[in-house]
Design a protein around this ligand. Structure first.
Ligand SMILES: CC(C)(COP(=O)(O)OP(=O)(O)OC[C@H]1O[C@@H](n2cnc3c(N)ncnc32)[C@H](O)[C@@H]1OP(=O)(O)O)[C@@H](O)C(=O)NCCC(=O)NCCS
Length: 310
């Protein structure tokens, strides 16, 4: 087996074995062109000699990218069904970890579905350990939802809030215990509690606060508004990438506030939540009042696996 950089000629052969990877299909077809050309990443192909023609042919792929804070992100490992359990993914993973070490990176991470036992075993055997668990909800918006709760207000954070946000995160249990990661384009990044990174989120209108009648921050959320013209989604949607509240009651109220105030009903078809694994939104989204407004289209728990490279 040999491992090399992917080329555009590999696309048809690779997409043939990446068509029905999961029950719902696969996303490799939508990201292939981007992964092939993205200069911050590297799309790898593993070739094996074809037993009839003896020509080398792609039998597996994977993508790596170097992210902020010296992080090597690994994603999209796929091995052709006919070539599994021969150690190909193990080789690919070892190659990628070695790449990270040679580049002097500090940590390597990947996001794996809780139910994907094969992949979890693969990473655990190579020394990756569980960092945190996230729950992902893809929720179809059916009807406008009217939420009447006077005790909390949702507002976009402004520069005057930076110190309050830093103080809030300093005391936050989620931030301290749950490894303070937030979701962005199917990767989880560390939420740095620094003046600059908070300002950066505020600048991009990604940070919203839930405040009480005394203007005290009771919860905060990082959001992402997708316009439907991006690598992953064709439909405009709203993503809740981080949600951190002082207690569960506030968390539920915050979800209601997000549903009631941030969704643009003329545009958004879906809302996605990436919340701590301990948070269960099913009772809230499925209750009798909400069943006709929302439909949980997809739910899955994901584990962030990490390995120190230094
Ligand atoms: C998961 C996947 C990448 C493994 O590829 P592979 O080349 O078959 O894996 P390897 O032969 O290197 O096996 C590595 C380890 O994974 C685990 N594993 C792989 N397939 C397994 C299976 N069918 N049952 C149980 N464990 C399995 C084992 O721990 C194995 O080590 P061992 O054989 O020494 O016990 C492959 O099954 C695949 O492409 N699955 C669909 C896509 C996917 O889930 N990708 C990962 C998304 S993060």
């Amino acid at each position: 087996m040999r491992i090399r950089k992917a080329q555009s000629l590999d696309k048809d052969r690779v997409l043939k074995f990446c068509k029905d990877t999961f029950e719902w299909g696969d996303y490799i077809g939508t990201v292939w062109d981007f992964w092939l050309t993205d200069t911050s990443g590297l799309l790898l192909v593993a070739d094996n000699p074809n037993s009839r023609t003896l020509n080398y042919e792609p039998v597996a792929i994977s993508h790596i990218s170097v992210c902020q804070n010296d992080l090597l992100w690994i994603e999209g490992i796929r091995v052709d069904k006919h070539h599994r359990n021969k150690g190909i993914a193990t080789h690919l993973l070892q190659y990628m970890v070695k790449y990270g070490i040679e580049k002097g990176l500090g940590e390597s991470c990947a996001l794996i579905a809780h139910s994907n036992i094969n992949s979890r075993k693969l990473f655990e055997k190579q020394g990756f350990s569980q960092n945190c668990i996230y729950a992902y909800y893809n929720v179809k918006i059916k009807r406008k939802f009217e939420f009447a709760n006077s005790s909390l207000v949702l507002k976009y954070a402004c520069l005057g809030d930076v110190q309050l946000v830093c103080d809030y995160l300093n005391n936050s249990q989620i931030h301290l215990e749950k490894n303070n990661r937030y979701f962005n384009e199917w990767r989880f990044f560390k939420l740095e509690n620094t003046f600059n990174s908070i300002c950066n989120l505020i600048d991009k209108k990604k940070l919203v606060l839930m405040v009480d009648e005394n203007s005290k921050i009771c919860g905060l959320s990082i959001i992402n508004i997708m316009d439907g013209k991006n690598t992953f989604y064709n439909e405009p949607l709203l993503q809740v990438c981080y949600l951190d509240c002082i207690n569960n009651k506030i968390l539920y109220d915050s979800v209601y506030l997000i549903l009631g105030t941030l969704i643009d009903h003329n545009k958004h078809k879906y809302i996605q939540f990436f919340v701590d694994g301990s948070v269960d939104l099913h009772p809230l989204l499925n209750d009798d009042n909400n069943k006709s407004n929302y439909d949980i289209d997809f739910f899955e728990r994901f584990i962030v696996y990490c390995k120190k490279l230094k």
